[in-house]
Design a protein around this ligand. Sequence first.
Ligand SMILES: NC(=O)C1=CN([C@@H]2O[C@H](COP(=O)(O)OP(=O)(O)OC[C@H]3O[C@@H](n4cnc5c(N)ncnc54)[C@H](O)[C@@H]3O)[C@@H](O)[C@H]2O)C=CC1
Ligand SMILES: O=C(O)[C@H]1O[C@H](OP(=O)(O)OP(=O)(O)OC[C@H]2O[C@@H](n3ccc(=O)[nH]c3=O)[C@H](O)[C@@H]2O)[C@H](O)[C@@H](O)[C@@H]1O
Length: 668
Amino acid sequence: MIPTTPMTPMTPLPLSVVDAEEITTLDDSTAPTTPDGSSSFSPNLRPQDDSSYRSVNSLSTAPFGAAAAAPAVRNVCCVGAGFVGGPTAAVIALHNPHICVTVVDRDEKRIRRWNSKHPPIYEPGLNDILRIARDGSRGCVFNDGPTNHGGSDAIRCETVSPDDRGGRCEGQKRASINSVAARLPNLVFTTDVAKCVSEADVVLIAVNTPTKRRGNGAGSATDMAAFEAVTALVAQHASPGAIIVEKSTVPCRTAQLVQDTLALYRPGVHFEVLSNPEFLAAGTAINDLLHADRILIGSNNTASGNRAAAALASVYASWIPAARIITTNLFSSELAKLVANSMLAQRISSINSIAAVCDATGADVDEVARAVGADPRIGSKFLKAGIGFGGSCLKKDVLSLAYLAETLVLPEVARYWLAVVEMNEFARNRLVSRVLQCLNNTLAGKKVTVLGFAFKKDTNDTRESPALDIIRALEKEGPEEIAVYDPLCTPTQMAEEIGHFAGPGVLRSNGGPVAVYADAYAACQGSDAVLITTEFDEFKNRPVEADGGAGNLEELPPNQNSALDAEDHLSRLNPIPLCDKDCPECQREHLNASTVSYYGTGNDDEHARKARLDWTRIYYHMKRPHWVLDGRGVLDIATMEHVGFRVESVGRRSRLTKSSSPGNHKCW
Ligand SMILES: NC(=O)C1=CN([C@@H]2O[C@H](COP(=O)(O)OP(=O)(O)OC[C@H]3O[C@@H](n4cnc5c(N)ncnc54)[C@H](O)[C@@H]3O)[C@@H](O)[C@H]2O)C=CC1
Ligand SMILES: O=C(O)[C@H]1O[C@H](OP(=O)(O)OP(=O)(O)OC[C@H]2O[C@@H](n3ccc(=O)[nH]c3=O)[C@H](O)[C@@H]2O)[C@H](O)[C@@H](O)[C@@H]1O
């Protein structure tokens, strides 16, 4: 899409996820006027005594005390190239062009994807950042008057070094020329863990810490295997004085374990350990990182602990206001992360418990949530009732907190938090019960469609997805077909995960009922009931105005491709790295380009956007009586009923309870 408004020559590469505040910062990093003032100036070229470098002195008003003279951070290594490690490292690199950021992982395939056009995770805005920090950008020279994109005033040059600034391009007068220096890549993805750890001033440990599956504490304690293994590796390879940071969510007092491990492998060598938990959420990771509410840093309350905290704070201070950087002691920081997730989960369970009351009384849970959330002491966020929370973290962190309470011999506390998980399961089960109730208690010979496989919208993360539980429960009822569709998960990914979770025998390819689709309409064709299990905007049917503008196609999240590539009028971007032959995203793009698809044009150059479902089209290809079960409260029921659908929605106006007598609410 070519912007119609003229850009001044110094306009940086546009970054769609960045707002005005960030544009100022990004401007700094991508469109310098002098080498010294440029934050895109190569770290390798930057002199050690550079006075513009942000040191502890610039943080003197932050709560680190006068003694907190921080060492300069030049090299950050993040171990774990997952949902947290990749995006976090990318944003750190974007805003700290003087720091070399490496992301290391033992998973070669994952690293190859991070080094390609299609990274292993989908996050809106992520690719734009990778295109700058990972790939670097070329310098260019142009006319210093206002110029139109792609207009004849724009002069393209392959490379411009800082020394070329003010240099001449053919046919232009020297006085009218401006230039933007190249930005060197400062974000590297690699499998060379030992080397990168050994070169780092700061090592972030961002590996998975799932719930333990077997042995003591199975089902609630945290499985620390990956974290422990990486800690041992780091202890062996880190350079003396390196700052070791827990980025993973870990049980309270893990920092002691890290310190013990370091002492075991490197007796007599000093390392500081920090806790710096991450609060980003899937689907909004880049926005959350760019606009973090808070950065939490836990440290030892010693002079060197404070210095280490100040050094890490200096990395974030490149884009986060100092007032949002909170420092605590190590264990408070670790515990605060568990508590934050547990309290978010608790709110969802609270509103889901009320949804059940609404179903039984005729109250509407959205109306109740709105009325209750208007009280600023309660707040309106995280009160969306539905089929409960999924994802790799909320449940595991509530369980981890409950386990901690148990080990501290606080059974009342443990029971309190376990009830949050119990209520979440209740919410899932209620949707399955209602499907059965709608379909006369049998799925034999019937087709049910599940729309949404990811655990929430705008992500392809399917860990602990409610859809998986629901598919497994429906499969037990012996349906003819369970059709599954998701706008962001590839059919291959869905088939693999369903096979892994419910057994390969459930898949259609193996004679089972579960079929995965790349097209929503094909998935709904001939269906007896369509279930909405993820709150993707694409599934909504609300008119634009009723949705506060979010119904506009332009408002929908972009696909996986970088918006920058489409808007690179000065040819500043380096060539896009290629993908491996088996890249699932390339396969899907190919499929979309060759079929009539729900996915717009399938043309990534056009930065294709996803369109909303045409529910009327679905209506005409479904079986009567056209049941739609909205497990996420995304549909406007009146509009759907106007088309002719029968709609059931968790905690909202129910046909079933309307016709039931008071007290006869057991099945839902
Ligand atoms: N997913 C999310 O949205 C959030 C997750 N967290 C926490 O962050 C941590 C990481 O979570 P995710 O990024 O989701 O996990 P993930 O599973 O996506 O990524 C972890 C990565 O660590 C790598 N790894 C494991 N052992 C390794 C080893 N020995 N050497 C090198 N690499 C190794 C894995 O190959 C994997 O790529 C967890 O503690 C999680 O609770 C915190 C906030 C948000
Ligand atoms: O530690 C983590 O991993 C992260 O866990 C959650 O983030 P995430 O699980 O990615 O996503 P959420 O937005 O919290 O949604 C979790 C689940 O709750 C559901 N949800 C959310 C909000 C709501 O009102 N109702 C509701 O059912 C979502 O659909 C989703 O299934 C937290 O929100 C993050 O702050 C935290 O960093």
